[in-house]
Design a protein. Sequence first.
Length: 344
Amino acid sequence: MRRAGLFGVVPLVAIAVAVFAWYRLSDTGRDWRYRDALAGFCQGLVPEAESAVLTGHEASGLGRDEHIADDALRWERCTVADLSLTIGDVADTLDNTGAPGAFFTRLHRGSGELPVALGGGWEGYTDLRNTAVVLPCANRPASVLVSAASKETLADPAKAHRVARLVTATAVRAARHYGCDARPGGPVPPVPRPTGETAPENAGGTCAGIPVATAVDRGEVNWIKWTDGGGSAPVEECVLGKTVAFSAAAYHFQANYGPYAQRLRTTRYDGGHGGRYGLKADSGLDTHSAWATARCPGHTARALFLVDATEYAAPTKSFLRAALRTFAGRAVERHGCTDLRPPR
């Protein structure tokens, strides 16, 4: 009987070893391991198909995983391949503490490329280093925001598209997880490439209508950079620049919507005092900058439009005022906003 029992155990051990080897070494086993790892990763918000094309279905491609929750914000930060994901349920009343590593701090772009709209009906953008999408909640004054920051510029258009698909698919799962009644977009089209520097007389897109000739005549500007302004990006930019010993920005225009406007308008400085674009003023003008605000669909937080002059410009208040009014006016028209309040 002992011998018979031994003969019964040996096949079972062999089967167990074979199953373990299959689980560890086969492609199917690798996929199972990846699925198992995802189930408990980043609150289960990272989709398998869209992340696997970046990680190669390897669980080792899933890195840092942290859940942060307090009275004002629930959010996650985790790493997929070489991407740092930030996922949050952002109330329209949330303030920016400015603390290192805080949610709004992680939305700072720091890319040399202008943001371009993702298209496909998404409120999203990419600057080929940062890719983000915002889903406004219809059932409460909040938005779900997902941002992916790459360590390097996404020079490969195919990879930029894969990252955009990961971000949008994660946003859909996050909206469901956070109880946000949101309307997602459709398939993400190929990611457009940012335009380079071009002649001022070719101004279009986000730079259209800005009185560039005035700055050209003063010798401040001899090139511009713009994006087509199509789609619905939460961040839009236009740059007027000049070539000295190198290319330098003279005027930087930016439109910010939803959480991206909140990030700038509610920044705390010096023990809690509001930043330059603070909530107390819906518009403003000084010697080197101007800003305006408007009310836009889907967000109770007012959108922010601004122009900043650099050390390579010699701005007049009349130019700042007129240029911002044009830039903001066209942005408001594209996004269906109302109640634009430009500086006087």
